[in-house]
Design a protein around this ligand. Structure first.
Ligand code: PMP
Length: 391
């Protein structure tokens, strides 16, 4: 049977990691892999996480099973940060822990499909796994352009997609820090989107994987909250893997907004059933550490400071890129106001290869760059190389 399987293309970013590792040049720059890096190039464990993990080691007295909903203390402690003061939206919102944001997205679309959604509208480019997950569960995808060539979100395209959607269709939006473009909707655009969704009744799924890495924890959630306030129902996939630096510990959650508090039971029981049939229950450790942080005001302060440092560094890099103005054909100024870990520079595949071979600068073939791969020290080299290759 297994002979019938044809080999699948490897993840191109993993191939890039290998090429980068094998490159002996000391001034090589890795803009490929999607993790935060300090000015020194490290992706350290947060101090708040280290402290919470120590507490877990000292105090955790059982590793007995939890349910498919995971650590509900973690799920609930996060809610005010995501949804604001009325964290349960009048008792209409409940969540469950998932294996990372990927598990949350997977569960969200599977639950939507179980409820009757047949097609999902999605802005492109997007995180490649969005399309892969939909293909894996045979959900049809309809795409629209997320951003204009000038690096501003394409409001007309998303509104057209919403208005063209049929009754069994959904739209998937990034909550903030769009991956890969860094282009987020402005609050005015979110307001227009909210109105269009409310008018047409298209089902809303939000993927929020980078809250706090853009303009601030509250600021990054503002657009999403504005839309949700107008929605009778929605699904929100959330990741803590970036804003707590927990990547490999797989910390995520799915939140479900129901029309009425009474409607929540049926929705969450279906999500639990889907989780049981796939991963049974999520891994505990990372979510337990996040719960300890969020329940302890001192640890919360440490975490918020670390998140500020991380965001501050990325804003500094973005400001320096914008200040550089243009590099050859490329206008770098839009990168200054874009958000999060990623932006896309409009280079051709050939130019990506030249940057790698001639300058030791590694980036995805799409031109996506990890902003945190740049530092005040290597940024001039990047800008000069970009100018040479595209000039
Ligand atoms: N959504 C988006 C848009 C992402 O970029 C990512 C991670 N790269 C995820 C979800 C999944 O994150 P996690 O690592 O928590 O599975």
């Amino acid at each position: 049977m297994l002979d019938r399987l044809s080999p699948q293309a490897p993840d191109p970013l993993l191939a890039l990691i290998r090429l980068h590792a094998a490159d002996p040049r000391e001034d090589k720059i890795d803009l490929g892999v999607g993790v935060y890096r300090t000015e020194e190039g490290a992706t350290p464990v947060f101090r708040a996480i280290k402290a919470a993990e120590q507490r877990l080691v000292d105090e955790q007295d059982s590793k007995s099973y939890l349910g498919p909903e995971g650590d509900i203390g973690f799920v609930n402690a996060l809610m005010p940060y995501i949804f604001g003061a009325d964290a349960t939206m009048g008792g209409r919102l409940a969540g469950m822990q998932t294996p990372g944001g990927t598990g949350a997205v997977r569960l969200a679309v599977a639950l939507a499909q179980k409820a009757g959604v047949r097609r999902i509208h999605m802005g492109v480019p997007s995180w490649p796994n969005h399309a892969q997950i939909m293909a894996d569960i045979s959900l049809e995808v309809a795409t629209f352009d997320h951003a204009n060539p000038d690096g501003i979100a394409n409001l007309d395209a998303v509104l057209t997609a919403i208005r063209s959607a049929g009754p069994d269709e959904a739209i998937l939006l990034h909550g903030c820090c769009h991956n890969p473009t860094g282009v987020d909707y402005t609050l005015d655009q979110w307001a227009a989107i909210a109105e269009a969704i409310a008018e047409t009744g298209v089902f809303l799924i939000i993927d929020s994987a980078y809250q706090g890495l853009g303009a601030g924890l509250e600021e990054d959630a503002a657009g999403m909250r504005l839309v949700l306030a107008k929605m009778p129902e929605a699904l929100i996939a959330y990741s803590c893997d970036k804003n707590f630096g927990m990547y490999r510990d797989r910390v995520g959650a799915l939140y479900m907004l129901a029309e009425t508090p009474a409607g929540l039971d049926a929705i969450t029981s279906n999500a639990n059933a889907l989780a049981r049939a796939s991963w049974s229950m999520p891994p505990d450790h990372g979510a337990a550490a996040v719960r300890l942080i969020l329940r302890d005001p001192d640890l919360t302060k440490v975490w918020l400071t670390e998140l500020d440092e991380m965001r501050g560094r990325m804003r500094q890099v973005r400001a320096a890129l914008a200040a550089a103005g243009t590099a050859g054909r490329i206008d770098l100024t839009p990168l200054g106001t874009q958000n999060g870990l990623f932006s896309v520079v409009p280079v051709s595949k050939e130019e990506v290869v030249r940057l790698r071979e001639e300058h030791g600068i590694y980036m995805a073939a799409s031109g996506r760059i990890n902003i945190a791969g740049l530092t005040m020290a290597n940024l001039p080299k990047f800008v000069a190389a970009l100018a040479e290759v595209t000039g």
